[in-house]
Unconditional design. Structure first.
Length: 250
């Protein structure tokens, strides 16, 4: 089920609702269907909550969704959702939600040795998960560990991420969110500095101080292809049951 449609150059652009209160109005309906959006932010800014909220919105609309968990085990994801008042278990039981644990690819570090992982195998497996479930929404949280050998040449990393994103956009009709760490205090949009170049959209989450010296959360749309956006920063907060909620422009 696609919620929103925007007309541009005589063509219909389908949109998936983000589920983030106040954000879809800024996106003219939501995320472009079949494209990939990068959610970038420092630790603690709400990237995982954003991803879960996006997927939960799809679940409530009757869609099938897939969560690729790289840093956490599935039961931890369920506990995080519980803390917000979101019970995801019924959706897992009826098959709408699949939480895929791919830590097995990346967790065999011993004595500082990087595990040997075939990059194309990871891409193929992710595509298989999406196809088999018929998922309309996908979240990969976070994208950095999928780059299985960060010490390799940056050109190889670029091609690997491009291959993953293009494979998703060309082979499955799935609207994808990928999250990325931003080093604390950095102006970068991703850990490796390449993820943002292949994503169709970029949303940046930050922690900053307001005029009263209080630390607040903010959200800003940096890029969204096919969408006229305002380069404004908005305050936001995380609330029980509602998750991330936009407040006011700063």
């Amino acid at each position: 089920m696609i919620n929103h449609v925007q007309r541009k150059n005589g063509q219909l652009l389908e949109r998936q609702a983000s589920g983030i209160e106040g954000l879809d109005a800024l996106l003219h309906g939501g995320f472009p269907v079949g494209r990939t959006t990068l959610i970038a932010g420092e630790p603690g800014t709400g990237k995982t909550i954003f991803s879960l909220q996006y997927l939960l919105t799809g679940l409530k609309l009757g869609q099938s969704v897939v969560y690729i968990s790289i840093d956490e085990k599935p039961h931890h994801i369920l506990m995080d959702a519980d803390a917000l008042g979101w019970d995801l278990r019924p959706y897992m039981e009826n098959g709408q939600l699949k939480i895929i644990d791919v830590t097995k690819y990346f967790s065999s570090h011993e004595m500082g040795v990087q595990p040997e992982v075939e990059g194309q195998r990871v891409i193929d497996d992710i595509l298989r998960y999406v196809r088999e479930s018929g998922a309309q929404r996908l979240a990969i949280d976070p994208i950095a560990p999928v780059i299985f050998n960060p010490a390799q040449d940056s050109g190889v990393i670029v091609e690997y991420i491009r291959g993953l994103v293009f494979a998703l956009e060309e082979n499955v009709n799935c609207t994808t969110l990928i999250t990325s760490y931003v080093p604390v205090g950095s102006n970068k949009l991703s850990l490796h500095g390449v993820e943002e170049f292949v994503a169709s959209g970029i949303i940046v989450l930050k922690l900053c101080q307001n005029q009263q010296g209080k630390t607040i959360r903010t959200i800003a749309i940096r890029k969204m292809r096919g969408t006229r956006i305002e380069l404004s920063q908005y305050s936001c907060e995380i609330l029980p049951d509602r998750g991330l909620v936009l407040r006011q422009a700063l």
